[in-house]
Design a protein around this ligand. Structure first.
Ligand code: F0G
Length: 461
């Protein structure tokens, strides 16, 4: 019998426990903005209506994850929760060593302490901000080698997260001795949540083999990346996502991971690799900074919740809904003539703030200006991914970032379609008056990762 087909892709879950949203007035929000020095990271979350700051650790856990918490075994050493967790990781990423950490940046800190150092060069398609900071903190250089299409907001290339293989080959030819490992971030968060193809990963693997380099994945959004491979890459359409993930893993020598993304955790991460000597060095560091190797920075109950989350995230019904609901937001904005990065990412839609507020110079922070307006007008918290985040150079100078984006990140399984319809309306109102948005200047900033704590003020008159 023919299976009836419907065009509405529904949330493949129903609501089991609810959290109230908190309403505020525009006048109150102006006050909160001033108190936060126009930095959305400095707002109190109860003053935010729809929080699209990040998809990291902000998703809803499932009934089965909450149940799994009760199985947590809090033994200091050898907890069964660790073995369950490590097996769930290896089911998808069959690396010999799995080292739990409290979140992704802890894995980065440990790995780059082992591999980085002055004079070293780490290539990546695009380093996420904490990854770049952890590379640079060792004195090493972080180099972004994404394909040219990945820097063009208007390109509709299906795999805009791909590594520029020619540029990587050139780097390995000229400075190969200084490169301790090659990184690929899936999906490419800082470049718009764009996927990397299997073919491109095979190309990176071939170069790493030729030059004798380790290949590491920054795999936060591996399931979304695999879904895009299934949808967009020739010959992949009939495969199980879990199977694609295993092939991706088979091309790498290790990974850093934030389990606050696709593994559906509110906290967690891991570092995994095949190399025994490197793993021993990393475990020794782990004991100094995180904890004993069978719990890392986590409680046993967290490990249980992540093991369950890893099973849920590769389910096709979930991924179909996830990718479709993100595209729903992107398409609606596009239909209203609002410039957005396309194709849409898996976890977020990115407004092209440089195009939207094109009366502002990148060094006047158009992304910050749009993000502040979205909060003032509609209580929506988004995240600038542009010159504020990436413009400051290690020598203290400032240059425009490749793009000035505002990320509307979608927490997993958290907001409904009417929440998203409201977000669309708010974006429409902000876009209608984008040319009136003020420039911003930074009045105080830290030396690194300035976007978290910098103080801003609008430039008036
Ligand atoms: N790598 C990527 C690609 C990320 O997106 C993140 C975090 C990390 C590493 C670090 O992981 O937060 O667990 O320490 N991204 C979040 C975001 C914070 O909002 O995109 P973490």
């Amino acid at each position: 019998m023919d299976e009836p087909r419907f065009s509405t892709i529904i949330e493949p879950f129903r609501i089991h426990s609810v959290e109230p949203l908190r309403m505020t007035t525009r006048a109150e929000r102006r006050e909160y903005l001033r108190a936060a020095s126009f930095n959305l990271f400095q707002l109190r979350a109860e003053h935010v209506l729809i929080d699209l700051l990040t998809d990291s650790g902000t998703g809803a856990m499932s009934r089965d994850q909450w149940a799994a918490l009760q199985h947590g075994d809090e033994s200091y050493a050898g907890s069964p929760s660790f073995y369950l967790f490590a097996d769930a990781v290896r089911e998808l990423f069959p690396f010999r060593h799995v080292i739990p950490v409290h979140q992704g940046r802890a894995a980065e800190k440990i790995l780059f302490t082992a591999l980085g150092g002055p004079g070293k060069v780490v290539p990546n398609n695009t380093h996420f901000d904490t990854t770049r900071a952890n590379v640079e903190a060792t004195g090493a250089l972080a180099v972004d080698l994404v394909v040219a299409e990945g820097r063009d907001p208007a390109s509709d290339h299906p795999f805009k997260g791909n590594m520029d293989l020619a540029a990587l080959e050139q780097l390995l030819t000229t400075s190969g001795d200084d490169v301790p490992c090659v990184f690929v971030t899936i999906t490419n968060n800082s470049g718009g949540g764009q996927p990397v193809s299997l073919e491109n990963l095979r190309g990176v693997r071939a170069l790493c083999d030729r030059f004798g380099k380790l290949l590491f994945l920054d795999a936060c959004r591996f399931a979304e990346n695999a879904w895009f491979i299934r949808e967009r890459e020739e010959g992949q359409g009939d495969r199980e996502v879990a199977d694609i993930v295993r092939e991706v893993a088979s091309l790498a020598d290790g990974m850093t991971m934030s389990a606050k993304k696709d593994p559906m955790g509110n906290i967690g991460g891991w570092l995994a690799m095949n190399d025994d000597r490197l793993a021993e060095e990393c475990r020794n560091m782990l004991i100094l900074t995180e904890g004993f190797p069978t719990y890392g920075g986590l409680a046993g109950r967290d490990l249980e919740a992540l093991a369950q989350g890893l099973k849920e995230v590769v389910q096709h019904d979930y991924l179909r809904y996830r990718i479709r609901s993100t595209a729903y937001l992107g398409e609606a904005l596009q239909k209203r003539g609002i410039p957005v990065l396309s194709p849409f990412g898996g976890h977020a839609v990115y407004l092209d703030a440089r195009a939207l507020a094109d009366h502002l110079d990148p060094l006047e922070y158009p992304g910050q200006s749009v993000a502040v307006a979205l909060y003032e007008i509609g209580g929506i918290r988004s995240c600038e991914i542009g010159t504020v985040m990436f413009g400051r150079q290690p020598d203290g100078s400032e240059v425009p970032a490749a793009m000035d984006l505002v990320r509307l990140a979608i927490p997993r399984r958290t907001y409904t379609q009417s929440h998203v319809d409201y977000v669309i309306e708010v974006c429409e109102q902000v876009a209608a008056r984008a040319h009136e948005l003020p420039a911003y200047r930074i009045v105080e900033e830290p030396r690194m990762l300035r976007h978290f704590t910098a103080r801003f003020e609008p430039v008036t008159g």
